[in-house]
Ligand binder design. Sequence first.
Ligand SMILES: [Zn+2]
Length: 205
Amino acid sequence: MTIDGQKIIHAVMEGSQIRESKGIIPLFGVYLSIFSTDYYNRLSFEFEKKMSLLNLKDKSQSLLVAAAQECGYATFQGIRNSWEWDEIVLPMIATPEDQIQGFTAVAVAFGWGDLNVRQLIPGKKLVVRVTDSYEAGGYPEQYGNATVGKCYMLRGVTGAFMDLIYGADYPDGCFTFLAQETHCRAKGNSYCEFAAQRSPDQSVT
Ligand SMILES: [Zn+2]
């Protein structure tokens, strides 16, 4: 069955009106909060900048991707074990590949971008395109045009989606896949695109 993204977005929008006293949104089995993307971008990109001064730019980028991947891995594990998932998304899922579509629809509903699955080779490769990544939007405003992709969060999340479907059972499957950002608006492309494939050594450095 095709995944009805609008139905998922609607459910998240409705559910996100419920807040605990500290502003936490208990939804899809995980704790969510409204967060400023400008602030998130600042933390990431300033971390990268400071690490560059220590000649650790590559390390900073791999750490940011790894943090996003671990977060995506744990968060979407929680989401797919929630009653909201069982009630709203599960009835639309017929194959493991549908589950990826379910994940991307939830990510869209969370405001992470307009994730669109362009290619999915079961067990091997996932290509996701995003035209409104907030990292790609925010980077040039503060730092000018980039020479490499800057969407570390979506890059990690793309890998995490594959880990959850085709990696070892949770919690042992994280980093089975790694994603590259092949196109990025921050470096002048018209969209950002992420391609996740099996990690050569299934570990992160
Ligand atoms: Zn990008």
